[in-house]
Each structure stands twice: as C-alpha cells, then as structure tokens.
Design a binder for this molecule. Sequence first.
Ligand code: WT7
Length: 639
Amino acid sequence: MKDSGKISSFLKTGEVYFPPEDIVKNLRINEEVYEEGKRIEEFWGKISEELVWFRKWDRVLEWNPPYSKWFVNGKLNASYNCLDRHLDARGNKTALIWEGEPGDRVTYTYGELYREVCRFSNVLKDLGIKKGDRITLYLPMIPQLPVAMLACARIGAIHSVVFAGFSPRALRERINDAESRILITADGGFRRGRIIPLKENADEALEDAPSIEHVIVVERTGKRWNRYERDLTWDEVIEKQDTECEAEIMDSEDELFILYTSGTTGKPKGVVHRTGGYMVGVHITAKWIFDLRDDDIYWCTADIGWITGHSYIVYGPLSNGATVVMYEGAPDHPARDRFWEIIERYGVTVFYTAPTAIRSFMKWGDEWVKKHDLSILRILGTVGEPINPRAWEWYHRVVGGERCPIMDTWWQTETGMILISPLPFTPLKPGSATKPFPGIEADVLDEDGNPCKPGEGGYLVIKTPWPAMLKTLFRDDERYIKTYWERFPGVYLTGDAAKKDEDGYFWILGRSDDVINVSGHRIGTMEVESALVSHPAVAEAAVVGKAHEIKGQAIVSFIILKEGFDPDENLKELLKAHVRAEIGGIAVPDEIYFVSSLPKTRSGKIMRRILRAIESGKEIGDTSTLEDEKSVKEILGKK
Ligand code: WT7
C-alpha cells in the first residue's frame, strides 16, 4: 500500500478517510490529548510551559462570565517568544521566505528577523511610542508587515492591521476608532500585475484622522508618491537604528492587537486580543494541528490583514520556530500554477489555504497542479468557510496525492485560535471540521438553549472559555456582551449554524446572523446596505447572500431608488463603484435589482429571510408577519 515508496494512502471506508498508520505513529500526540483537555486549567497550564515567561502566572484562569483572565499575573512578550527564544538553537535557521508577486525574493533567518524587528522597535520608540499606544498597519504582504507587528509587540504597542484591500474610508474609520498615533503603509503593493495605490488611499484616509502623528512609508514599487510633512520612509528611519531592543515585560492580560471584523451592524467591531492566552492558543494549535517540526516549510496563503495571517503566518508558526513562506500576490499571476510553483520551489511540506481558492484551482483544471512535483507536501489545511465535499476530495487527491490529511479548521477572528479541527490522526469526513480541539467544549443548541439531537441544525456555541478568546471589543464592552453572551447566558455565541452527527462530528452550515461569507471574508449585510444608501440615488437597500460556485456566497442587493433616478445598467455600475469606494472590492454586490418595495415586517424590519429564500429558490415559508405581499411578487417577477 506504499505510495511512491514514501507514505501510504488514506483508507476510505464509506464516507470516512482513515489516515495511514505511518502518519499516525510518527505524531507526537495521540487520542489522550482529548482526555487531558477535559481538565481545562491543568491542561492549559501545562501547555503554557511551551512558551517563555519572564514570570510564571499565579493562576491559569479567572472566569467571571463573560470576562476571562488567562495566566493571571504571568509576564511574557510575544515578540520574544517568536524571535529571541530561538536565537540560540535556530539563529541561522530560515524564519521567513518571502516572494513578491513580480518574482522578487528575500529570506530572513531568525537572527536577521530578530535584528530587523529590534531596529524597527527602536524607530517606534524614537517616535515616542509607548506601551498601550495603537498603531495602524496598512501594508501589502511584504516582510515589513510581520516585522512591524513584532516590533509593536516588542515594545507593547497595540497593532491594528487593516487589510490592504480596504478603501480609504474603511481605513479612516478603523484608524479613528483605535485612535492610532502612527500609520505604517507602502507606496503600493502588487496584485495581479497591478499596483494597489496604498499611499494615495492612506492620504485620503488621513484627510480626517487627527490622531495620526506620523506615516511611515515602505517604498515597494519604485513609483513616485506625494510626500507630506508627516511622512517618513521606512528605509530612512530604520537605517541607523541599533539591532538590539529589549522586549518589554508585558502582563499576560496586556493587549497584543486589535483586529476589526464585520458584524451585524454597519460599524466594524474591534476585536481585542491579549498577550498570554492568545500566544498559548496559537502556539499549540499550530504545533498540533499542522504537526509543525523543525524541518517543515510551512505556507499559509491568507493575507496577514485577516486573523488567519495573524495567528497562522506570524504568531503561531514563529513561536514554534518554523520556516514560514509568505507570498504577496494572486494565485493566477503570471499563470495559474503560481502556488504549485512556489510549493515545488521551496519544498513546502504544510500548506494551508481556503475553500474558495481550492474551488478556483479545481475549475482551472488538474493540469496546472500536475505540472509540478508536490510529493513533499505532508499536511493540508483549509479555513474560512465550509468546504464542499467535492472540493475536499479534489484537494485530497490532486494536491495531496491521497496521502495528506486535510485539516478543516473552524474558527473566527474572535476565537483567535482554531477551535474545531481534526488532528493529523483523526479519521476525516469531507466537509466536516470534525471535533473541538482538546480543551474546547463546543455544542449545537436549539432556540431554547437545549442541545440539538444529532443531525439537527442549531446555533454553534462554545461552552467553556479558551485561552485565545477575545478580551472584549475595543472600547465597547456593551456590544461585546450583546453580540456574544446574551443569547445564551454564559455561553459564547459564534454566529454560525451547525449540526453534530452521530459520531460527534461538527458540520458548519454557515452564518446564522446577517453576515455573508464571500470568499472566506466576512461581510455584514448592514455594512453593504449603509454603503448603498449613502449614495444619492438610493432610498433603501437590502442585501443578502446567495450560493456562488467559487466564492461560496455572492452579494445580492435589492434597491429602491429615489424619485428621478433611472434604474439602468449605468446606475448599477455607479453603485458598485460607490461600494468599492466606501468599503473595498470585497463588498461590491454581484447582483443589483431595482425594486419598488422591500419585504418588511409590520414594524418595518427588512425580512432578509424572504429575500434569501427567493435567491436560493427555496420555499418562502411563513409570511404572516409580512406587511405587504406586493414586494415579494415583484421580486419573484424579476427572476
Ligand atoms: C467565520 C469567521 C477564522 C479564519 C477565517 C475567517 C467561517 C471559518 C470555517 C470552516 C466553515 C468556517 C464561519 C466563521 N468559517 N472557518 N473551517 N468551516 N466555516 O475569519 O473573518 O472571523 O470569519 O468564517 O462562518 O464564523 P472570520
């Protein structure tokens, strides 16, 4: 049963894929970890010993729902745990292999990365940045991004990374909410051969962002940019800096970063993560789920602008001393085999990507993959949305050569770390994220808060605290409580719908709230609606998600125009451009329908459920609370 004399294939029985014995027996963990995970404090306490602490904690957990304190009075530094601790054993080991979209390449050893981070930490200190100050990072996928994050962490500044695809207005909103003192950006970044004008966007954002004192610009593209008094360039400020900077002693509860994510209202939520719990959580999940070892070359294709990049490009893999691949651009530039070329060139052994990417690869055809020797791959991962079994099977067969376990990892910006996922020894069912990580207690509840029966869909919840859980929402405890803890008191509400099967395997069904998942990016329907109604032609807008072959979900909008505007194609294009300017490309509606009314309840709430049903061709269901049937008839008429 040997495949090319290396590792044997998975054994398939019914719908279950059993990992081959030679994978299972070589792992450093086995089923026992689940037993150990049942005693939460003991379990996480023991795991915390894998990090370097300046002072050991007094207590693992203090839980006053919905507030938790992890590793109480413990002192550590995240940057120290990603860099300094490796210098003796791995100083000359490659930490980062970076490739730009145009093909430029740079690598950093742990020693080099350490010195670069120290230098930039000194830059921030020279600018008067102190522990607790916020710094916004609006950068392409270039090495300066992790360097700046680790420099913030080193001196105790709180970073807020804003995805480079966001618009000036979205950037401004996030800067102002965090009251950041410094913005770090670049003159541009490459995407599909084009340059994203980040500095121009930043300048527009800063027209009304009074907290920003300085902008540090990485010169990436060689193009000219407008320089203002507040602007400094990365190279000029870093040049003369010392390559040593002592890591600040941080309390375990001190904030490490803020990351904004979409919710059910128009305003993004500033998810706050803190040092100790987060680091423990991402360290151990990276280590166990991806079985990270010293000779692994690990590549996660996410953008660092999202939580996946924070936890599984930067903090998790680096705290494990792994070699991390980072790529700037698109998967189909210059050709559709760019990812496979990268895997082959660097000998990537662990590869973590998203279902939407996998579905594109599938559509582009096996030949792009087959052009390259991927036999060195040993573990695959997926994240961001439910993976359909067909895409799973393709990934397993074509990319993984039927020998790599697929880790379907369920988690969120708020959870900080992966919470539901197989471990490499877990028997797999395509489309299921399988079981909660050791130490995590997840469940599916019905409307009344009772556990659902196997096979029954309900609310996915987490019943006990976990170390990387969000601390709160930035300066908004009230929203923190309301969003996550009110529906079922003392229980964390994920916002996802799920079911459990007879074997206790979890199947994520999608969001149960007004959030759409487009290509693994979370977009609030209200966010898009408010962008649309901010256009002078729009009186009212309703936005829903609809199944999409590649993106998972597409954005569909129904719009009532103001008097005097013509419902034509030209206006549709203008509205799309408007949303792009308001939020960014990821939020642009795929479809726009002009209607004269929207289905609403008698109290005036838009019934998105009805729009969703129409879009998916399902039964419309109970319409007794509907104010007027007219709108439904009109919309059905347009289909
Ligand atoms: C939402 C969180 C966590 C990193 C990427 C997105 C969906 C995430 C899975 C998965 C099914 C998934 C959920 C979740 N999701 N991973 N493996 N299977 N759904 O982070 O932007 O915070 O979005 O993504 O709906 O709630 P995020």
